[in-house]
Design a protein around this ligand. Structure first.
Ligand code: COI
Length: 354
């Protein structure tokens, strides 16, 4: 990454790094020492700043709190074997952030603020990037409305921030999921493709009900018929049936996952047949019954490649065979890990050095 300008930085005088147990990281609970903050008002982005991570004040009438004008991204930085730090596909996250911003009537974040912010912030907190297997520095860029007003209209002012946290695995064992037949994550024409806070808040109650029944996550189905697979929890869903990789085609109700894109690209590179299309719950269950469903897994930045062991459908659980060592999900997971650690060539230019 190039230094295009320098963001003023106030360094912490009390680093929390020495107190962190990197073997006991719980996802999203341990934050690195610094954060990026930049405000938008009078139709312009103001000068960004890097400051010590900490609380901030907002108006109690802050319109993001009342009406949910808030969006975010999830991305990861990795340390390679030489100790150099790379971010995985940050430009893809920037374009998705700005797509979400457009959908939520928010201003686009300029590339130089996003990229220079990442560059300086991660260099400053370089010692927070873990380098054990399965670990990464999780990066959370986000933007929210800052007008203090209760009228329902887009805010005039916003804040864009980046916070980071060292993380290990999001899921540490194969998942039990079930098809959702009553609640809906998003409908065609809604904001399901955007990474806006409300999509996640509204998913919590149905997910809680599934968790009370012993599942880890839901597989969302379409809003009109509850027939077709949409996503699984915080991930895109993928299936291997008859040696073909099948995943729901993108629509306005499905998030265009960057791990999804990467997995599809590797499958294409390896000559594996890939189908992006409507896939029904019934098709999955029939494939399970006739033995052609070889693998099911979720893919996402936080979750990486998360194998699914059991799929529930009202009244019954269907257990999938344990994928063999050379199964696609294992190979693609290892291939992505090798690209991230620098052991394999980065043929698609996904890794951006800080
Ligand atoms: C991610 O995978 O980065 C996500 O945003 C999912 C979740 C942690 C909200």
């Amino acid at each position: 990454m190039l230094d295009t300008f320098t963001i003023p930085t106030q360094r912490t005088t009390a680093s929390r790094l020495a107190a962190v147990d990197f073997d006991q990281l719980e996802f999203g609970k341990t934050f690195s020492d610094h954060m990026l903050v930049v405000d938008y008002h009078n139709g312009e982005w103001q000068e960004p700043q890097i400051v010590p991570y900490g609380d901030m004040t907002v108006s109690p009438a802050n319109s993001a709190l009342h009406y949910g004008q808030a969006i975010f991204e999830g991305m990861k930085a990795y340390k390679n074997q030489q100790g150099d730090i790379y971010i995985f596909r940050p430009y893809d996250n920037l374009s998705r952030l700005n797509l979400s911003a457009e959908r939520m009537c928010m201003p686009a974040v300029p590339e130089e603020i996003f990229m220079q912010g990442l560059n300086q912030l991660i260099r400053l907190d370089a010692e927070w990037v873990p380098n054990f297997t399965g670990s990464a520095l999780y990066i959370r860029p986000f933007m929210f409305a800052t007008d203090g007003m209760l009228g329902v209209r887009p805010s005039d002012s916003y804040r864009f921030m980046i916070i980071t946290c060292p993380v290990g695995l999001y899921y540490n064992k194969p998942l039990r999921v079930r098809f959702e037949e009553k609640y809906v994550r998003s409908a065609e024409g809604g904001a399901g493709f955007a990474k806006n806070a409300g999509n996640y808040g509204a998913a919590m109650y149905p997910t809680k009900l599934a968790q009370q029944e012993g599942y880890n996550q839901l597989i969302w189905t379409d809003a009109s018929e509850h027939k077709y697979v949409e996503e699984s929890g915080t991930m895109n869903a993928m299936f291997v049936i008859n040696d073909r990789l099948i995943t729901p085609a993108l629509s306005t109700s499905i998030l265009d996952g960057i791990t999804r894109r990467s997995v599809l690209q590797l499958a294409h590179d390896w000559g594996m047949p890939v189908e992006e299309r409507k896939v029904s719950a019934l098709e999955i269950l029939e494939a399970q019954a006739n033995g052609t469903l070889q693998e099911a897994f979720g893919v996402g930045t936080a979750a990486t490649i998360a194998p699914i062991a059991t799929i529930g459908y009202p009244g019954q659980d269907y257990t999938l065979p344990t994928p063999p060592a050379d199964a696609f999900s294992h190979r693609v997971s290892a291939a992505l890990a090798a690209i991230r650690s620098g052991e394999a060539a980065d043929q698609h230019g996904w890794m951006v050095r800080v």
